[in-house]
Design a protein. Structure first.
Lengths: 292, 413, 303
């Protein structure tokens, strides 16, 4: 890892600025329009905070926000349990079966979302399950599980088998050895898998589009039906709030990390300084001793 | 890196949740509507915790958008204790696909005439119990027992309207004749025309223009209509449905076919717009309430239909969305000026020159669908494509050559 | 961690069968079947017969519907080859543009100090947090005839330009939405290239161009391969971007599939056949990038 860093020429800096401008202009549009008194997207008629007030009385948006969060939570919890169990099972399987199953697990990730969505839709139609919460949650679980498995498996590979055996030798039941030794080892993988599932579930539009029902409109679906007619500025207000929240969370985390980095760097340099000091002392003592 | 994004996801959600719980529960805004509803046992399902799934066209009901409008669903919930879950579709075909692709749990559908006939034919609708809908008596006789539902067993009319041409007076020549579908084929307006993305409406326009019935099942006539639509494609800026509202309102195009009621609302928003009814004839549609097979809340759905046929509710709906109400008592409650508004209530002379869609046979419908897919997916030559082809070809060959060069060098090393 | 614990995978294997394998098998089944009308004797009545019988008022007797094996859906997809070619083409252009724009970005970011790298990466990922439909909708606001860009250009007396509802707008939408998918894998591979390697190349007499072509590029190829796949697959199968920015006149393969399943021309059999063709195209594309990746990894290892 290179940490020395290069000073950028103005041209390089300009390039990065241009790229970020490209990435952020549409977001600027959303935020500006959330303060626009006019319902029109292109005509500015004055500043207002009205849309933020109305957002909380807009039942459609709030209901779909709650739906989105509920589906994401349920789907990611189930996916995490199912995926962790699967990963442990797979870890102990024969190589050939394992690689076959892992390749199949990759399918929902590698396939375009529209294919996954359409195929699940055909499945629910064939099974005669009516579209609603159930179908939506089932399909979210199926595209979340692979992320859990693929995060937990590498952690399992890193675990030390002898630790587990040592626990058994020291009188642990297999169950206890498992929960006390293996689970803590793979916990980071489980957590990452869970959070990834949660994120993808919230973000998803395409698969939800093919599997949602009248009772389970998520935010993406609601926004989609709005984009056909007119996106109500309340949605702009909501996305401005989300943007602000995410931005501040990321900034806080980044600053903490940078601070931590600075602290370690200071600690390291302090340690180095101390060490060199003590070396000097030793040196001095040596020479002193030599002088005696 | 991934972990950062993920952790931030988590915090976002938590912050959003706190935000939501901290916000005052403002769902049920107090409304000042004191209404005398007709004598009917509205509250018989109040304690049963019923939720009705209503599937309607976009912006096709008086709902409170924060302006204190009459909120039909809110009032219904207050009156009956039955919750309404309201969702939208953009075309009859979308509704059909959603319904056909598996028993979606809708309780109320509001499709148009020809689609109702098709749903009846395919056994996808439930027969209504008119004892639960006494307000059906309020409906004009001409709307009873329509062609699509001859015995009037499956549907109760909601609203009706006609299709015409919305145009922007600042973009269309004053001397041009807008009262004809021909203007949608006028090369002068190339890239300034919006067209319906829905096959039935698109073929209707093409058929009227050629002098055919919009209900034709003659293969040659349909193919001729398709040929015309193919020619038109070169002039069309976009194939859309509900998007017409926004695009015409923003002056993005000069001409578009659209429904009279929405056209009135668009003109109110943007005075540059105007509405014309082609003299070749046009479609007169009726949208009606139906209950799909398998609805678990049939009685509640019938209460809902009865509520929507209440004089005041039908009146508010008609005023809000700007379409003709088939409820006689509601029509009579309109002011004389409103009744005389030909944007909403076209003259009898115009209505005489309109045709209501009939339900086509599956074979004719399939033919139209495949012709339509063909029209939409045909490649329109873009002058923009050739230079990009060249640049990309050069780029790719460069890349391959660099790779080959690198490999050769590493091999010799 | 005994052999027994492999049974923990059992629920997932069942899940995998039901929600991954069967659905894909269903696509194949739907692609090779169709619903036909048959009379009492089991004879298939064609659409032409039905139409002409209807026109003449002839009653064909008791008709029922039946699902039969057919190759018609697959052969019918060849009529949509222009759409397929256009999808591949636009997705390819978008992928190349993402690479051209994303590569220098990833490189520049990877040469920053560690804390700055973090900050920049955060900035790259932040837009992905906003709803994808809303971001695309915002581009509509920008590109429209009376949109922000044309208004701005109008102030200096230029335009208005026709930007929305063109293929260019569709490509722009793809590049915008999928650029982070290109930058992230490229970045993670480039942080592994140490500055000392570049300095060594310089000391050994390489000019910057040579350093790039002989050191940086070969080392970054695995990231390039990942990035290409991550951009190309969603780009070729999108249907929202083409609908919102292409105006329905520039139909892509995703639109065609959507049209058959939830759109105006309900025909899941044809939709399944088109999906199958799309899957084949993607498989081909992935095997190509995989081959490139492996081949060049060896080349890189030689260095």
């Amino acid at each position: 890892m290179n940490t020395s860093g290069t000073r950028f020429s103005p041209l390089r800096r300009l390039y990065l600025v241009a790229i970020f401008a490209f990435l952020y202009i549409p977001i600027l549009v959303l935020i500006v329009n959330s303060f626009n008194a006019s319902k029109s997207r292109t005509v500015w008629t004055g500043f207002t905070l009205d849309w933020y007030r109305r957002l909380f009385s807009n039942e459609t948006i709030i209901t779909s926000l709650i739906n989105t969060l509920a589906v994401a939570l349920i789907a990611s919890v189930v996916a995490t349990i199912l995926g962790t169990m699967a990963a442990i099972g797979l870890h102990n399987m024969k190589r050939i079966t394992r690689s076959l199953v892992i390749n199949l697990t990759y399918m929902p990730i590698l396939n375009p979302e529209i294919i996954t969505g359409v195929s699940l839709m055909l499945l629910f139609v064939s099974l005669n399950i009516s579209f609603g919460y159930l179908t939506l949650i089932l399909s979210h679980i199926s595209f979340c599980v692979p992320y859990v498995i693929l995060n937990v498996l590498p952690k399992l590979r890193q675990t030390d088998r002898s630790l587990y055996e040592a626990a058994l030798d020291l009188g642990c039941t297999p169950m206890k050895a498992f929960t006390k030794v293996i689970i803590p080892e793979i916990m980071p993988g489980i957590l990452t898998g869970f959070l990834m599932s949660f994120t993808y579930s919230i973000d998803d539009f395409v698969i939800s589009y093919f599997t949602y029902g009248p009772t389970s409109q998520t935010l993406s679906i609601t926004i989609f039906s709005m984009t056909r007619r007119k996106v109500s500025p309340e949605v702009n207000a909501l996305s401005a709030i989300i943007f602000l929240v995410v931005l501040s969370v990321l900034l806080i985390m980044n600053l903490r990390e940078i601070n931590a980095e600075k602290k370690t760097r200071m600690a390291v340099s302090a340690a180095i300084r101390n060490e060199s000091k003590s070396h000097k002392h030793e040196h001095a003592a040596d020479s002193n001793g030599g002088g005696e | 890196m991934k972990a950062t994004r993920i952790f931030s996801a988590f915090f976002t959600v938590i912050m959003l949740l706190t935000l939501l719980t901290a916000a005052p529960p403002v769902f049920a805004l107090e409304s000042g509507w004191e209404i005398d509803y007709s004598d009917y046992d509205w509250t018989r399902l109040a304690g049963d915790n019923v939720t009705l799934n209503v599937y309607n066209w976009g912006e096709y009901m008086s709902l409170d958008g924060g302006d204190g409008e009459f909120d039909v669903n809110g009032e219904f919930e207050k009156l009956t204790g039955i919750k309404v879950n309201y969702t939208n579709f953009a075309s009859n075909e979308e509704l059909y696909a959603k319904l056909h692709s598996g028993g979606s749990t809708y309780d109320i559908l509001i499709p148009s005439d020809y689609m109702i006939g098709r749903l009846i034919d395919e056994g996808l609708l439930e027969k209504l119990d008119f004892d639960n809908i006494p307000n059906f008596g309020n409906v004009f006789d001409i709307y009873k027992s329509p062609e699509y539902d001859p015995a009037n067993e499956y549907s109760v009319p909601y609203l009706s309207g006609i299709i015409g041409i919305v145009y922007n007076t600042t973009l269309v020549d004053k001397d041009d004749d807008v009262e004809t579908w021909d203007i949608l084929w006028d090369e002068k307006y190339a890239n300034n025309i919006l067209m319906f993305s829905n096959s039935r409406d698109a073929f209707m326009i093409s058929c009227f223009r050629l002098g055919y019935s919009p209900n034709t099942t003659d293969e040659n006539e349909l193919r001729a209509a398709a040929e015309e639509l193919k020619k038109q494609k070169l002039l069309v800026q976009a194939y859309v449905m509900d998007e017409i509202y926004d695009k015409m309102g923003g002056g993005e195009a000069a001409l578009a076919p659209y429904y009279n009621g929405d056209a009135a609302a668009m003109i109110a928003d943007n005075p540059d717009l105007a509405f014309a009814i082609p003299r070749e004839g046009t479609n007169h549609f009726v949208d009606a309430f139906c209950i799909p097979k398998g609805s678990k809340n049939k009685e509640a759905a019938e209460i809902y239909i009865n509520f929507l046929c209440e004089t005041l509710v039908a009146l508010k709906n008609s005023q809000f969305v700007g379409y003709m109400t088939p409820v006689k008592t509601a029509y009579e409650a309109l002011t004389p000026e409103q009744q005389a508004n030909t944007m909403v209530y076209p003259s009898d002379e115009i209505l005489k020159n309109t045709v209501t869609y009939t339900t086509l046979s599956p074979a004719a419908k399939n033919l139209i669908d495949s012709l339509w897919t063909e029209i939409l997916s045909e490649v329109g030559a873009s002058p923009w494509m050739t230079p990009v082809v060249l640049i990309a070809a050069v780029g790719i060959s460069l890349w391959i050559n660099i790779r080959r060069y690198v490999k050769k060098k590493t091999a010799t090393n | 961690m005994t052999r027994k614990s492999r049974f923990l995978a059992a629920p997932y294997l069942v899940w995998l069968a039901i929600f991954t394998i069967i659905p894909l098998a269903l696509i194949v089944v739907f692609a090779f079947t169709t619903t036909v009308t048959v009379d009492e004797t089991g004879r298939i009545i064609t659409a032409e017969e039905l139409l002409s019988a209807e026109a003449d008022g002839v009653v064909l007797g008791e008709l029922t519907e039946k699902t039969v094996f057919t190759l018609d859906n697959i052969t019918a997809t060849s009529a949509y080859m222009p759409v397929m070619v256009r999808s591949i083409w636009l997705a390819l252009i978008a992928t190349v543009l993402c690479l051209v724009i994303g590569y220098p970005t990833a490189y520049l970011i990877s040469r920053l100090t560690f804390s700055r790298q973090k900050m920049m990466l955060m900035l790259v990922m932040l837009p992905m947090w906003m709803n994808f439909l809303l971001r695309t909708y915002a581009w509509m606001t920008l590109l429209e005839r009376n949109g922000w860009i044309n208004k701005l250009l109008g102030l200096i007396g230029l335009g208005p330009f026709e930007m929305i509802n063109t293929q260019g707008a569709v490509v722009l939408g793809m590049v915008y939405n999928y650029l982070p998918f290109m930058i992230l894998p490229l970045y993670s591979i480039m942080t592994k290239i140490d500055n000392s390697v570049l300095e060594a190349a310089g000391d050994l007499g390489c000019n910057p161009i040579k350093t790039f072509s002989r050191v940086v590029w070969p080392l970054s190829l695995p990231g390039v391969a990942t990035g290409i796949t991550m951009v190309f697959v969603p780009a070729i199968s999108t249907f929202i971007i083409s609908r919102m920015l292409g105006g329905g006149t520039n139909m892509l393969i995703g639109d065609l599939i959507d049209l058959q399943f939830l759109g105006n021309a309900y025909n899941p059999n044809l939709g399944a056949a088109i999906s199958l063709v799309l899957m084949a195209v993607i498989l081909l594309c992935m095997s190509i990038t995989n081959a490139l990746d492996n081949e060049d990894m060896e080349g890189g290892a030689l260095l």
